[in-house]
Design a protein around this ligand. Structure first.
Ligand SMILES: NC(=O)c1ccc[n+]([C@@H]2O[C@H](COP(=O)([O-])OP(=O)(O)OC[C@H]3O[C@@H](n4cnc5c(N)ncnc54)[C@H](OP(=O)(O)O)[C@@H]3O)[C@@H](O)[C@H]2O)c1
Length: 230
């Protein structure tokens, strides 16, 4: 029962983290969810929330000690590598209990045409000449694609970019990922020949993968790096 009063720090920013916070909060645990503060419309989170970077490993260690954190749970996005590495270093230093959860990646199925690449730069190189590409990536990952003057881009984003997209031949579409039918219509209407996206896993943006499978559009799939224990 004593565990219930001991603070659990969730490194969040994901749907799964918000779910976990809600479950633990409902069960009476003392939960603090940490958000980076980069998302304009973060998921509503139950329990306590703190926002903003800690200031590297040192800052995270200080936070854990000052707030007498009992357990650190890393349930950040599969591509959020810095915070996860900081977390693993901080647990070594503080000895705090630690759990990590990462949503599983999508698996390539029989009718999927995937070209898996390890990095954004490799994705830029993998695009065939004169392709019409749906870039389903966050705005901070777009600029390297500007190197390809021969390619036409359809860039989908949820809200107005707050950085200038230095990229030729592009059209921006402000919308969230849709249903399989909506994604298929989008791909067909814009004459898309390739999709570039990251293997985020989860259900929220999987419809485009299914739509691509149905109409046989290849996906240049950027793989995640393993969050290896140190
Ligand atoms: N990467 C994505 O595509 C994606 C998608 C959906 C949600 N998110 C969420 O957005 C956040 C930022 O993603 P990112 O890719 O920029 O991460 P990142 O590269 O791993 O982190 C960059 C820096 O942001 C701060 N930070 C990240 N997550 C934090 C958290 N939960 N609480 C406090 N500080 C945090 C840390 O700053 P300090 O070093 O100063 O502590 C970290 O060093 C993550 O929490 C992630 O779960 C990311």
């Amino acid at each position: 029962l004593r565990v219930f009063n001991k603070p659990i720090l969730i490194l969040g920013g994901t749907f799964e983290a918000a779910n976990l916070a809600a479950t633990l909060h409902t069960r009476g645990h003392h939960v603090i969810t940490s958000l980076a503060g980069k998302t304009r419309e973060p998921f509503p989170v139950k329990g306590n929330v703190r926002v903003g970077g800690f200031g590297g490993v040192d800052g995270l260690v200080r936070y854990i000690i000052e707030h007498k954190i009992y357990m650190l749970v890393d349930i950040t996005h599969p591509f959020a590598n810095n915070i996860s590495l900081n977390a693993r270093k901080a647990i070594y230093i503080t000895g705090v209990k630690y759990r990590q959860y990462q949503r599983p990646p999508w698996q390539q199925l029989k009718d999927d045409y995937w070209h898996s690449v390890p990095t954004i730069d490799a994705a830029v190189e993998a695009i065939p000449p004169k392709a019409r590409v749906l870039l389903a990536l966050g705005q901070q990952h777009i600029s390297p694609f500007g190197a390809r003057y021969d390619v036409n881009y359809l860039i989908r984003m949820v809200s107005q970019p707050h950085i200038s997209l230095l990229i030729p031949h592009h059209h921006i579409l402000f919308q969230k990922p849709g249903t399989v039918n909506q994604e298929r219509t989008l791909l067909v209407d814009h004459g898309i020949t390739h999709i570039v996206c990251r293997n985020s896993g989860g259900v929220h943006s999987y419809a485009k993968v299914v739509a691509a499978r149905l109409i046989k559009i290849p996906i240049i799939m950027i793989d995640r790096q393993k969050k290896i224990p140190i």
